[in-house]
Each structure stands twice: as structure tokens, then as C-alpha cells.
Ligand binder design. Structure first.
Ligand code: ACO
Length: 273
């Protein structure tokens, strides 16, 4: 029944229509247990606006339950060139403001504004799904942070990660600082962010930013392969294991052992009880 309804909607999440998404330059497709989000403004190198983030958050809110893997990719030569540079102009992005208008907001409104934008990124870490960023070409600023919001990054050999915010007088605030530090350690994160230098594919692989580097033409196939591998394990065990792994850093060994016991009790009862 749910599947039939979903097919009627053309596979789109409940509260986002294909037309609405197209307007902000996003495509969203669900094929079985795999959902694919495509940033689709290649002529603007998939630059992101508040409308992009609002649409991404709504996709997350209404993701069909059967989805286990979410692929995030960008159309054209670049994954994403980051925030739309019109934000830096006095006119801003039509209907969406500018940094100049945001500067006039009081603390609470500013906090809410960024919190809303962060919702686009946060759901990609949910234990119920594994998110894979398929990254080619430039992943700058918000583009880098979108890739960091995903659990895994499969990249093309022409990838160029760059945390440009500090060069522009800003901080990275789209949920990217924590995964960056956790992946590469604080020293390397400071080096990457405070120089705003480009991290190429070989370094990305070496320092743990990327799980796999492939030729540009092989990116889609490599991501499909990874998705199939992820779908080959038991769904409930995968969710419970991701919960355990995500919580590991914040727990002592004893606490983590207790968490393992609790998750396993639920698994064993579900399987053999
Ligand atoms: N916002 C809006 N438009 C953009 C952006 C962007 N972030 N990036 C590229 N574009 C547009 C260009 O203006 C150009 O548009 P036009 O054809 O209408 O003139 C088009 O995309 C193609 O851009 P080129 O620069 O010609 O493409 P190229 O492939 O040579 O270079 C690159 C790509 C390196 C990404 C370059 O466009 C660039 O440096 N963009 C800005 C990156 C940036 O500073 N982002 C902000 C980071 S900070 C943050 O995200 C919070």
C-alpha cells in the first residue's frame, strides 16, 4: 500500500514535489532501498542557497521508510561550489536575503537561521540510513560540508575539497567541523581549514576523508557497488551497529560495552526469541 502510494507520487518524498525541487535545482529519486539526491544546477556548479537547504531538510523529514542508503551527488563538473556567491552581494539571492541582511538579525533570529540551514545536513547521519557522497571536481565550503555530512565519501580522482570559509572571513557552520576533526584529527583539520587549501584525491584517501578514489567515469558504478554492499547486511543489525559506532567516541569503554550488550540483547531476542 505504502509502496503503491509512493509510486503514485513518482517516488518522491511526501512533502516535496518534483516541481518544487526542480525549481531549486535538486532531483530526488527512490529506487527500492536506495534514494539519490542530485544537486542539479551544473551551470552554477551546484551552488547552494537557503532554498537548497530547506528542500534537503524536507527530503530528510519525509524520506520513505524503506530507504536504507542515500546517495548525494552533483550534476556536471563539480559536486558543489558551495554557498551561492550572491549571498555576499548587497542584493543577495532573490527572496532569500544576503549576509548583509543576516547581519541585521538579532541573536535569536540568526541562530534560528543557521539552525534551519543545518537541518539540511544533520539527517544524513541518522542510524536508519547510510549516506554516501559521490564527489567529483570541486567540493568547496558548503559543498565540502555536504560531503562531510555523509557517512562515506566515494570520490573521483579529480576531486578538490576546499574549506574556503575562513578565507572569506567566515567559519564553517553547516555541521562540517565535527566530522572533519573526527575523520582527520584536529591538526590536519586546522591545516585544511585555516589555510583554505585544496585537498586532492590522493591526500583525501590517505587522511581518511575518502573511502575510495576511482576514475571520474567509474564514480557512479563505484557508488552503486558500495550501496549494494551496504544493502547486503541485515537491516536492523546495520541500524543498531551504526548507533553503536556513532556513540562510541562519546562513551567510556565500560559504557560502550554496556551499549553493545543492550543492542545485542535486542538483536538476539528479535532473531531467536
Ligand atoms: N555561487 C554562485 N555561482 C557560482 C558559484 C557559487 N558558489 N560557483 C560558480 N558559480 C557560477 C559562476 O559564476 C559561473 O556562472 P556564469 O557562467 O553565469 O558566469 C558558473 O558557475 C561557472 O563557474 P566557473 O568559475 O566558470 O567554473 P569553473 O569550473 O572554471 O570553476 C570553481 C569552478 C572553482 C568552483 C569556481 O566557480 C569558484 O571558485 N566558485 C566559487 C567558490 C566559492 O568561493 N564558494 C563559496 C565557499 S564558502 C561557503 O560555501 C560557505
Amino acid at each position: 500500500m505504502a509502496e503503491a502510494q509512493e509510486q503514485q507520487r513518482g517516488g518522491y518524498a511526501e512533502n516535496v514535489s518534483a516541481a518544487e525541487l526542480a525549481e531549486v535545482g535538486i532531483r530526488f529519486e527512490v529506487d527500492g532501498e536506495i534514494a539519490t539526491i542530485t544537486l542539479d544546477r551544473p551551470d552554477k556548479r551546484n551552488a547552494q542557497t537557503f532554498a537548497t537547504w530547506s528542500a534537503l531538510a524536507r527530503i530528510g523529514e519525509s524520506l520513505p521508510e524503506r530507504v536504507r542508503v542515500v546517495v548525494v551527488k552533483g550534476e556536471g563538473p563539480s559536486f558543489s561550489a558551495g554557498i551561492d556567491l550572491r549571498m555576499f552581494t548587497p542584493e543577495g539571492v532573490p527572496g532569500q536575503g544576503s549576509f548583509a541582511s543576516a547581519a541585521k538579525a538579532d541573536d535569536t533570529s540568526f541562530d534560528q537561521l543557521v539552525d534551519q540551514a543545518q537541518q539540511a545536513f544533520l539527517w544524513l547521519r541518522r542510524p536508519e540510513i547510510v549516506s554516501i557522497a559521490a564527489v567529483q571536481g570541486h567540493a568547496i565550503g558548503a559543498g565540502f560540508q555536504l560531503a562531510l555530512a555523509c557517512d562515506l565519501r566515494v570520490v573521483a580522482d579529480d576531486v578538490k575539497f576546499c574549506m574556503k570559509e575562513p578565507a572569506l572571513g567566515l567559519v564553517p557552520d553547516l555541521t562540517g567541523t565535527k566530522p572533519l576533526v573526527e575523520l582527520v584529527g584536529p591538526a590536519k583539520a586546522i591545516d585544511i581549514c585555516l589555510t583554505a587549501r585544496v585537498v586532492h584525491a590522493d591526500e583525501a584517501l590517505r587522511i581518511g576523508l575518502a573511502e575510495r578514489v576511482v576514475a571520474r567515469d567509474d564514480l557512479a558504478a563505484a557508488v552503486a557497488e558500495k550501496a549494494a554492499e551496504l544493502l547486503s547486511t541485515n537491516r536492523d543489525a546495520a541500524v543498531a551497529t551504526k548507533r553503536l559506532l556513532q556513540g562510541a567516541r562519546g562513551r567510556t569503554l565500560e559504557e560502550q560495552c554496556a551499549a553493545e550488550r543492550a543492542e545485542q540483547a535486542a538483536r538476539v531476542r528479535a532473531l531467536f526469541g
